[in-house]
Design a protein around this ligand. Structure first.
Ligand code: PFF
Length: 465
């Protein structure tokens, strides 16, 4: 069985692949704009705290469940003897399918920008972004390419595909980001950007900022849908999973932090507002790159969007791997065939998202929610999968680990490959967090999302003023 499924060839390979899953659009696209909207450094501080206090323990739990059972999220709960809890695995599958369906579209934007900038066909200007994303034939083409590449890697298996890709892409990504930071710091006003980013103004912390930082940390670490259960299922019994989880968390936090050092100097060099929201990357930065002059602008701009594409790529790989592993383990379909079936299915699920960025009016203005207002199809799917399902999944995983699977079994799996963890303060903390901190915080995110967005009850305003 184990040889059929494959596995990571080394601990480093696992760490890089999991860090690749974590490092994605969330770090380089979403994190800076959340920082921009959440008042700068105050948001960064909250985010860092939540990554370690809340997310790290959930990551250990996910990896432990995966490694213990050597199965996909659905099979894992069943194998532990809790058939009903397989529902958490199915919820994870649904999240993976939905997230990849729109994530691939945003990845296609990033990749399309890279190609257009490189070949000088990029249009800079007020309308450029809107025109680009509404061109569904073009974005669809890049989307097909992105999904094909993702499926190609996943079809090659864990060590021959996923691990190999991560070993090339992750170091390259680090080098690109460092190069861009060094350059960005030479721009005029760069220090203003750094100040905004690093000097916290704690009066900016509101209930909303805390809520956003919690959700962002959780999404950024790829938790709540069993991606780490799946990757954990390919980890050797001899490996130390607690320190691996720490390394993955550090890398993810590291890349998000570095992204800020790159983006805020860019933005401030042009004296642009930081609260541009989702458009900060796709609308604001191209203008910054253009102002650098034709050659330099092309080099820096293309490099930036290639970086964003690479980051997205290691994440789409992990998103596709979750349903693929399910098909391989539970449906006994050979990996390569399973990969292509799932990839085609998810691409089709993503078509309405592709069309909801201006191409089709009824999808662009898909629903009006009581709390969240007008949402495109794509934003709506994001709201359901990333903001609702992931915290719910995380809540259930924490409750399961602490109270159903039980701490003794969880601790025994943690200590596999690391006897020193037994009885250590770190293990005590992870146990405490999984039993109390994680269920409370994740349950709260879920409740706030539902009340605020769907029911229009501004619970954060009511509680925090
Ligand atoms: N962590 C990824 C990002 O920050 O872009 C997104 C993601 C990937 C979420 C894989 C969940 C997942 F399972």
């Amino acid at each position: 069985m184990a040889t059929q499924r494959g596995g990571f060839s080394s601990r480093l390979g696992f760490i890089l692949a999991a860090a690749g899953s974590a490092v994605g659009l969330g770090n380089i696209w979403k994190f800076p704009f959340e920082v921009g909207q959440g008042g700068g450094a105050a948001f960064v501080v909250m985010y860092l705290i939540f990554c370690f206090v809340l997310c790290f323990p959930v990551m250990v739990a996910e990896i432990a469940i995966g490694r213990k059972t050597q199965l996909n999220p659905v099979g894992a709960f069943k194998a532990l003897g809790y058939k009903n809890w397989a529902i958490v695995g199915y919820l994870g599958l649904a999240s993976g399918v939905l997230i990849l369906s729109f994530y691939n579209v945003v990845a296609a934007w990033a990749f399309g920008y890279f190609v257009d900038i490189l070949f000088g066909t990029f249009n800079v200007g007020e309308q450029a972004f809107g025109t680009f994303v509404a061109d569904y034939v073009k974005v669809g083409g890049y989307g097909v390419l992105f999904m094909l590449s993702t499926a190609f890697i996943v079809s090659r298996g864990v060590s021959g595909g996923i691990e190999k890709a991560a070993k090339i892409l992750m170091p390259t990504l680090f080098i690109m980001i460092l190069a861009l930071i060094v350059y960005a710091l030479t721009l005029p006003n760069a220090m203003e950007g750094i100040k905004f980013y690093l000097i916290p103004d704690f009066s900016q912390i509101t209930g909303k900022v805390i809520y956003s930082a919690l959700g962002q940390a959780f999404f950024s670490l790829s938790l709540g849908m069993g991606a780490l259960i799946t990757y954990g299922s390919y980890v050797s019994k001899k490996d130390n999973i607690v320190s691996a989880a720490a390394a993955i968390t550090l890398m993810d936090v590291g890349v998000a932090t570095l992204a800020g050092f790159m983006i805020f100097p860019f933005v401030f060099s042009q004296g642009i507002e930081t609260d541009g929201g989702a458009g900060l990357i796709f609308m604001t930065l191209p203008g910054v790159f253009e102002s650098l002059g034709s050659v330099l602008g092309i080099v820096v701009g293309a490099l930036f969007f290639l970086l964003l594409s690479f980051a997205a790529f290691t994440s789409t790989i992990s998103l596709l791997e979750v349903p693929t592993a399910y098909m391989v383990d539970e449906k006994k379909i050979p990996r390569s065939k399973a990969t292509w079936i799932v990839a085609i299915f998810i691409f089709i699920v993503g078509i309405p998202s592709l069309l909801s960025a201006g191409a089709v009016d009824s999808l662009t203005h898909f629903v009006t929610l009581k709390g969240a207002g007008d949402k495109s199809f794509m934003d709506f799917v994001g709201l359901i999968a990333s903001d609702t399902f992931l915290p719910l999944g995380g809540f259930l995983i924490a409750v399961f680990t602490a109270y159903v699977w039980k701490k003794e079994n969880f601790n025994a799996e943690m200590a596999n490959g690391d006897e020193e963890i037994r009885g250590s303060w770190l293990q005590s903390y992870v146990d405490f967090a999984i039993g109390y901190v994680c269920p409370i915080l994740l349950g709260s995110i879920f409740i706030v999302t539902v009340l605020d967005n769907f029911l229009g009850i501004r619970i954060l305003d009511i509680l925090f003023g």
